[in-house]
Design a protein around this ligand. Structure first.
Ligand code: AHM
Ligand code: MG
Length: 338
């Protein structure tokens, strides 16, 4: 009967973190759990704010303000950023914060903390007014030994990240998390106000015939890249004899989320318009590359270099990116002779 079909022993994100720390007792200072708690709160708050936005007239542009990388900011970008910054400052566990929406790195001097957090508070915000999924992307580093908090804590190899996650505000709010031991996915139960483990140890398929790229930029691409995408549409070359399908939402979180669940490849290559790529290393490419690798996929740049081997020189540095199913990325690597 229906009473039996209710799972009375669900795993919430807090329970998941506490249980996984029990196996790692020497590192279990509780700091990470507290930080995760503050992150959860920020995700719930942003989620709620986005869901109410249209009704309380938050849609549209916020004055003429322009963010660090020159995009026009929306009211929700500003709000999301404030919510995130306040949650991180209040957590007490964050010393350094990099936000896409802030030109400069922030240091919370009064926090006796050992974490550095980089975030894109609302990624994909050009989609907001159409009600399309957007998300928050986060990478986490431990401060370098003895650091009082400075840019060196984040200008490091991607492999130095200790955790990465994103929240996607879609039909449901999802949270995908890695601490370097696989990927676990959670879904927000709005009645309980808790993230519930719904995708334990998620692995993406080895190959899937979907490509995700802004093909409108193809006139700006190098021939090599044009040729690669052209080949994906040649049925004889395809593993199942059919051309690849095109799927592009224009929200990295949503495009990567689909890639994690269905497989295929997502790319934002360099082009004549964005010679260094569009997506930012610290809070877009790094965390997504970490999640994708931990789910069994691959993430590289246009030259075939592993994203997590790169080191940014500046906090808002950009990179080209190719990520997704390992065989689909291998096909790209083979194409460029790697
Ligand atoms: P944003 O951080 O300003 O929202 O920009 C990042 C977004 C990504 O979510 C998405 O993958 C990409 O920009 C889409 O760019 P384009 O519109 O050039 O295809
Ligand atoms: Mg953004």
């Amino acid at each position: 009967d229906s009473a039996e079909s209710i799972n009375t022993d669900i795993i919430t994100l807090s329970r998941f973190i506490l249980e996984s720390q029990r196996y790692d007792a020497k590192n279990a200072t509780g700091e990470f759990s507290m930080l995760l708690n503050s992150l959860q709160f920020a995700f719930k708050f942003i989620s709620q704010t986005i869901r109410r936005a249209e009704l309380v007239n938050l849609m549209g542009l916020a004055g003429a303000s322009v963010n660090a990388t020159g995009d026009q900011q929306k009211k929700l970008d500003v709000l999301g950023d404030e919510i995130f910054i306040n949650a991180m400052r209040a957590s007490g566990n964050v010393k350094v914060l990099v936000s896409e929406e802030q030109e400069e790195l922030m240091v919370f001097r009064h926090n006796p903390a050992t974490y550095a957090v980089c975030c894109d508070p609302i990624d994909g915000s050009s989609n907001l007014d159409a009600g399309v999924s957007v998300g928050t992307i986060v990478s986490l580093f431990k401060l370098t030994p003895g650091s009082q908090g400075n840019s060196k804590d984040v200008l490091r190899r991607g492999d130095d990240m200790v955790a990465a996650c994103y929240a996607m505000y879609g039909a449901s709010t999802h949270l995908m998390l890695t601490t370097g031991k696989g990927v676990n996915g959670f879904t927000l139960d709005t009645n309980l106000g808790e993230f519930i483990l719904t995708y334990p140890d998620l692995k993406l398929p080895l190959q899937h015939p979907i490509y995700s790229v802004n093909e409108g930029n193809s006139v700006y691409w190098e021939d090599m890249i044009q040729q690669f995408f052209h080949n994906l549409k040649v049925p004889q070359d395809a593993p199942n004899g059919k051309p690849y399908s095109s799927r592009y939402i224009g929200s990295m979180v949503a495009d990567v989320h689909r890639t994690l669940l269905y497989g295929g490849l997502f790319s934002y290559p360099c082009d004549k318009k964005s010679p260094k790529g569009k997506l930012r290393l610290l809070y877009e490419a790094f965390p997504m590359a970490f999640l994708v690798e931990q789910a069994g996929g691959k993430a590289v740049n246009d030259k075939g270099e592993r994203i997590l081997d790169l080191t940014p020189e500046n906090i808002h540095d950009k990179s080209s990116i190719w990520l997704g199913s390992s065989q689909d990325i291998d096909r790209f690597l083979k194409h460029i002779g790697k």
